[in-house]
Design a protein around this ligand. Sequence first.
Ligand SMILES: C[S@@+](CC[C@H](N)C(=O)[O-])C[C@H]1O[C@@H](n2cnc3c(N)ncnc32)[C@H](O)[C@@H]1O
Length: 275
Amino acid sequence: MKIKDTLAQVKAKLLSGGIENPALEAKLILEKVTGLKGSKLIVYDDKDLIPTQEQDLNSIVLKRLQNYPLAYLLGHREFWSLDLKVTEDTLIPRPDTETLVEEALAEEFKSALDLGTGTGAIILSLKKERPYAHCVAVELNPRTLEIAKENALLNKLHVDFRLGFWFEPLEKGEIFDLIVSNPPYIEENDPHLRQNGLNFEPQGALVSGPQGLDDLKIIIANAPKFLKKGGRLLVEHGFNQGAAVRELFFKASFSEVKTICDLGGNERVTCGRYL
Ligand SMILES: C[S@@+](CC[C@H](N)C(=O)[O-])C[C@H]1O[C@@H](n2cnc3c(N)ncnc32)[C@H](O)[C@@H]1O
């Protein structure tokens, strides 16, 4: 079948399957299968798909109709100004996390630590914007860490990546101007974990105890030991966790504690200064 007819057919299938942006997704899937990017897909839309391309296409569309995330099917996702490789071992970076990046960049820093780096989305964005900064990132899952390292290479950015549990891979006395983290923060019984494709993402990147606060508690309580005086901690959290997270910041003796809303108007990022 010709590319243009396939495009229309895929769009119709995605639409009837309840996919939100069927036209855009059909285009991205066709680009992936044919290797023809952007306007080339239109220029060559009279070409026929070859049988292997048709097979690939059918298997991708079938998975997408089962709510398997588009980013995993395409193998990459845009975040900030970066193109990042994603696999089933990584959380798919979310636009909400750009709120945290924006707030981190609101002040100058010479050193930054990212805890639970995933694809490297946050720390690579910071390094891109502040090339002179010394950037360290920690990740618990070795397969995830390999993807973060690949993303650093793909984007020609240097970050010191370390494997381990939150602050454990850091040396005693290693301190930073800025610590950032988007840790797992979903409650373990949250029904959303079985919806919207979340069930395909690594549960170790999402779930954090009965109230979703187990990892935030560890990070906030221990951060002062790894911050310079005047340094800042910024964490992402659930839309309904703002008050609980601010309380954890106060308990850990942070000053200037504030919560910032994401583009949807939900409390999303809390930060504080260690004085
Ligand atoms: C919500 S994801 C965030 C990924 C990435 N920072 C982002 O914003 O897209 C949380 C990440 O923390 C990692 N993680 C979970 N527990 C950890 C721990 N104890 N120490 C270090 N990393 C951890 C997960 O494997 C996952 O990659």
